[in-house]
Design a protein around this ligand. Structure first.
Ligand code: GLN
Length: 466
């Protein structure tokens, strides 16, 4: 699909549609939708902003490319004055006091925020069923899950309720729902986009990124939200990615893939055969393909969950009903904390807090947490070695197609294993993009750190190759 942003921009400039009409249409579609993608619509704010854009156009002023473009926001981002619930009971009534840097940059560019989007609570999940707002239904087949944790965002883009959405990806939460709903989803290099104002899940892998319907739209949004931010010390200055640079698809000479991801009992037969067929098409274009060795999926998933649970247990400790969150009074302060947290966090979130505190506790941390850190170092080294011999790594996004609504809740371990192909890239903080091609749940293109441009370039190449 071609750029929606350019198309709508042109329609606004040509006065084929007013911004108010556009925003009204999208708001109605969101309000009537039966996929449970919405936690809150920002109707008043959106219509006020749309009226301003219309006024500018009527006055003959030029508008920027993103001015008047409606977008969605996963409900883990602060947007001043809006409810930011993380799809949780604990923060059901929490209103943001400030706006996240990435969102502010989009607002400054004139984009119009329409909706706070349903997701797994605090980003905990791979299906968007861990939410107080009802399970998000898949855009293609509503019997199936929307994917997680940015499920509402991916479904909104797939259904054209938003032109693009901003998701959050800690271990796959942009890429996996993008794959389940046939859209593009980018997890940029860690640090390229500020996390300030994103509710922290696992701080060492949390990333902010776009979900959209075209590579060009991903590029436009990425350029706007990237950049150094004094409020997030992990950020760095990055160069703008130019359109012509990613349209010139030369530059990728060698593609790698992980043998053990494909030669594995856990992979769905269709995903496997489609993946191998894509590899053959790439080879037919004269590109060298190299099968690489990698860590077992179980090792990747265990390492990720050990570290992610430790970090989330620590990050969520501030949500105690005193500093933040709905407080439930009990006999004394300690009891108040306990009741507030046990009544207001979901089962899945509590599982992670308990697991995380366990791996960090005295007597266990050396054996579990430090081992997890050590394995992460080895995973990073492995990638550094691989990127000396290949330009990009191609992989399926998920081992299987989306489960039926209800199945993941019955079997959390199976849900964790569905993250097998996404979490390794997160641990190494690499740029990685889901494209809606190649397997029933898409393909993932990954490059070395800071090589986000190469990822987009290769996506353009694959658009016409497979
Ligand atoms: N599914 C993974 C998890 O539950 C990833 C979630 C995410 O990226 N926020 O941890």
């Amino acid at each position: 699909m071609n750029s929606q942003i350019h198309k709508i921009h042109q329609q606004l400039v040509d006065k084929a549609i007013t911004c108010t009409q556009l925003v009204q249409q999208k708001l109605e579609a969101l309000q009537q939708n039966t996929h449970n993608t919405v936690n809150a619509v920002l109707d008043k704010k959106a219509l006020d902003l749309a009226a301003k854009v219309d006024k500018k156009i009527a006055n003959g002023e030029t508008i920027g490319l993103l001015e008047g473009i409606p977008f969605g926001i996963k409900d883990v981002y602060m947007v001043q004055g809006t409810y930011t619930t993380a799809s949780s009971n604990l923060l059901k009534n929490y209103k943001s006091a400030y706006s996240a840097t990435a969102i502010q940059k989009l607002l400054d560019a004139g984009a119009i925020p329409l909706v706070k989007e349903n997701c797994d609570s605090f980003g905990h999940g791979s299906s968007s069923e861990n939410t107080i707002f009802g399970a998000v239904k898949n855009a293609i087949n509503p019997q199936l899950v929307g994917g997680g944790s940015s499920g509402g965002s991916a479904v909104n883009v797939a259904k054209d309720y938003t032109v693009f959405s901003i998701g959050g990806d800690t271990g796959g939460s942009i890429r996996q729902p993008a794959g389940y709903n046939n859209v593009y989803g980018l997890k940029p290099t860690y640090g390229r986009v500020s996390r300030y104002g994103l509710m922290a899940y696992a701080s060492s892998t949390d990333c902010v990124g776009p979900i959209a319907k075209s590579i060009e739209d991903v590029r436009i949004i990425l350029n706007v939200i990237s950049g150094k931010d004094v409020k997030d010390q992990t950020t760095y200055t990055s160069e703008e990615i130019l359109k012509e640079n990613i349209l010139n698809t030369e530059g990728v000479k060698t593609v790698g893939y992980f043998k053990n991801f494909i030669e594995n009992d856990a992979i769905d037969a269709q995903v496997k055969s489609d993946f191998l067929a894509s590899i053959d098409k790439i080879k037919a274009k004269g590109i060298a393909v190299k099968a690489l060795d990698f860590f077992e999926s179980n090792t990747l998933v265990s390492t990720y969950y050990t570290l992610a649970m430790a970090e989330t247990a620590s990050n969520l400790s501030r949500l105690d009903g005193t500093n933040y969150g709905n407080r439930i009074e009990a006999e004394n302060l300690k009891e108040t904390y306990a009741v507030t947290r046990s009544e207001n966090f979901s089962e899945e979130t509590k599982r992670r807090i308990v697991g995380g505190n366990q791996v960090l506790s005295q007597g266990f941390s050396d054996e579990i947490y430090l081992k997890g850190l050590n394995l992460r170092d080895q995973i990073i080294e492995n990638f550094e070695k691989d990127f000396n011999t290949v330009d990009v790594i191609l992989s399926p996004v998920t081992p299987s197609t989306p489960p039926k609504i209800g199945d993941s809740l019955k079997d959390p371990l199976a849900m964790y294993l569905s993250d097998a192909y996404t979490v390794g890239f997160s641990l190494a903080q690499l740029p990685t993009l889901t494209i809606p091609q190649g397997t029933p749940t898409g393909l993932q293109i990954t490059a070395a750190k800071n090589n986000d441009e190469l990822v987009l370039k290769f996506a353009n190449f694959l658009k016409y190759t497979i």
